[in-house]
Design a protein around this ligand. Structure first.
Ligand code: C2E
Ligand code: CA
Ligand code: CA
Length: 581
């Protein structure tokens, strides 16, 4: 049996004081609603929250509730009335001044002394909390969005939108999914991209990269992957084996057949592609194998597809180690010019020298066949050319100092260097003696359509008193058009044309025509590969101006070639003797 406590007046007063203090501290507004009589009492705090003054028993609550929350608030209340249950609710009100406030409400059901159903409720203003929560949610969403963007940016190439190398590596490490028969990879590299970039600037280069990426995207299906591995390298991964890869590559080639417009010039994009397949379990070898196959595709002439084979891997390893030795050779300055004489076809006087690169390698002296291609494919040609040129200048200076009256020296220059905008400054710094040096332009890919940069560089080279020669004419590289535009000082007939001209009519006729054209343009003609006296006679008769070849001497080191200078001027014999050991 519960003992009913009797409160003293003092205790009751204390209790009321505590309660009102608590209400004030919590800013709670209190209301009571007699459902039977439909009367409400609000305390002062609640009236302050709502900003309304009401008659003692008036029911005004819903008049303040925000129109958008009205139905919900009313429904909760009516359900509580029906079920005679406590309830909790949250809604907005609009104060008479038009401010929107968020209100949280708790109400308890009870039956009063007159047996009327009633609710007693407390309400408080949670506007600050709600606004803070909304703000936090907004910030959270923005953070999520920027995290997602960062993730996308980290996995995709900003320029082309394709996946990047990082994402690709991860993909190969991850489970590639069922439905994979055989992994196959095409490793795609744009041919001559550096030249395109040099010629059309970065905007032009970017356009080409986007073009290729667009083609890749358009040919891969949704479960295949297009990647920009970096620079001008792309890859396509398919999961259905070699046959599917072949289809994809064929489609890429077909699309690439259409040229791109850059600066109102129609440019044909070509690429080399290395292909390989691997079982699903061995996805990580895909890249290294396709890379080897790609290298082989480039080495064997570019613009082709090459399928990986184990022999290629062995060859690649050998090339890599050779390349390392070449790099070291360049660092140690182990490359040097050998000189081969060029003689006047009529007088037999030495009128020029060609500087030919040789490598004093750890295994002995090597000729360009052993290193030139590797150096060129790995971007080392500029350093190599530069080293040869500097040594030629040093030899020339020494010969001049010794009063040996050296003839003009022709130095080979890869045509790609004509696109280097800093070439004139670099050459100017070398203070090359005027009229003493010529450049032989080899690797004639863009000779047909000289870029403005190349034209400017050629003009600058001429201003520096350096001659221009076109090498290997008749070998199929240099076209007559390029020849006309370049207006070189000399052209060199390729030995592959000169040697057969010794015994065949057709090449002889070609030599004769080239001589006539050159003569009409005021260009001197040099024949290289003149191996015999007889061939020398033939060339002289055909009108060739200058002869070079084994008939007159092998390429020789600087200290030996000086012996030939004597024939330039018999009076200088004694000067020559100074140099002879
Ligand atoms: P190239 O400019 O056509 O040079 C002529 C090549 O023919 C030289 O080969 C020379 O030794 C060889 N030769 C000379 N006389 C005769 C002959 O009577 N008969 C035959 N069959 N061959 C003869 P080398 O020195 O092996 O040079 C090969 C190529 O390497 C050169 O061909 C040139 O394109 C390139 N090269 C040489 N030195 C340099 C260099 O410093 N820089 C660059 N970029 N390329 C170079
Ligand atoms: Ca040459
Ligand atoms: Ca040649």
């Amino acid at each position: 049996m519960e003992h009913k406590r009797v409160w003293t007046n003092n205790e009751l007063e204390d209790l009321v004081r505590q309660l009102s203090l608590a209400l004030e501290a919590t800013q709670l507004g209190i209301w009571q609603h007699n459902i039977a009589k439909n009367q409400t009492r609000w305390d002062e705090q609640l009236q302050r929250i709502y900003g309304v003054e009401k008659g003692l028993l008036d029911v005004v609550w819903l008049e303040s509730v925000h129109p958008d929350d009205l139905v919900a608030a009313q429904t909760i209340f009516e359900q509580a009335v029906d079920s005679r249950c406590d309830y909790a609710s949250e809604f907005r009100i609009v104060t008479p001044e038009g401010y929107v406030r968020h209100i949280r409400s708790r109400a308890k059901f009870f039956i009063d002394v007159n047996s009327d159903p009633c609710f007693i409720g407390a309400e408080w203003d949670v506007t600050e909390d709600v606004l803070r929560a909304t703000q936090l949610a907004r910030e959270h969403e923005a953070a999520e969005r920027s995290r997602a963007e960062a993730r996308h940016a980290a996995d995709h190439d900003y320029l082309t939108g394709l996946r990047n190398r990082r994402a690709f590596d991860r993909l190969l490490d991850e489970d590639l999914g069922d439905n994979v028969t055989e992994m196959a990879l095409a490793h795609i590299d744009i041919d001559h991209f550096k030249e395109i970039n040099d010629r059309f600037g970065h905007a032009g280069g970017d356009k080409v990269l986007k073009h290729v990426a667009h083609i890749i995207r358009s040919v891969v299906s949704h479960d295949e992957v297009g990647v920009r591995l970096g620079g001008d390298e792309f890859a396509v991964l398919v999961k259905q084996g070699a046959e599917r890869l072949h289809t994809v590559v064929t489609a890429i080639r077909a699309a690439l057949a259409f040229p791109v417009e850059i600066d109102a010039t129609s440019v044909q994009i070509e690429c080399s592609i290395g292909l390989t397949t691997a079982p699903k379990s061995d996805a990580n070898t895909l890249l290294s194998y396709s890379d080897i196959a790609l290298y082989e595709a480039k080495r064997s002439g570019r613009n082709r597809d090459t399928l990986f084979s184990p022999e290629m891997a062995a060859k690649a390893a050998a090339s890599r180690s050779m390349l390392e030795t070449i790099r070291r050779g360049i660092e140690n300055s182990d490359f040097l010019p050998y000189y081969q004489v060029q003689v006047d076809a009529k007088s037999g006087q030495v009128v020029g020298l060609e500087a030919l690169a040789r490598w004093a390698s750890p295994g002995g002296l090597r000729t360009p066949v052993d290193f030139l291609e590797l150096a060129a494919m790995n971007g080392l040609l500029e350093k190599l050319d530069d080293m040869i040129l500097r040594k030629v200048l040093s030899d020339l200076a020494q010969w001049t100092l010794a009063d040996l009256d050296p003839p003009r020296v022709s130095v080979n220059l890869s045509a790609a260097r004509l696109e280097d905008p800093t070439l004139p400054q670099k050459l100017a710094r070398l203070s090359i003696p005027k009229g003493r040096v010529s450049f032989e332009l080899i690797e004639t890919i863009f000779l047909d359509k000289l870029s403005n940069q190349a034209k400017a560089n050629i003009a600058a080279i001429r201003d520096l008193g350096i001659g221009i020669e076109i090498d290997d004419l008749g070998s199929g590289h240099a076209s007559l058009l390029g020849l006309l535009e370049l207006k070189p000082d000399r052209v060199k007939l390729d030995k592959l044309l000169v040697i057969p001209a010794g015994h065949n009519v057709a090449p002889r006729t070609l030599v004769s025509s080239l001589v006539q054209i050159a003569r009409a343009l005021g260009i001197e003609v040099v024949a290289e590969g003149v191996e015999t006296e007889q061939l020398a006679d033939t060339m002289a008769k055909l009108g060739v101006d200058i002869l070079q070849g084994y008939a007159f001497g092998q390429p020789q080191p600087a200290q030996e070639i000086v012996s030939h200078f004597r024939s330039r001027d018999p009076h200088r014999r004694s000067a020559c003797a100074i140099m002879q050991p």
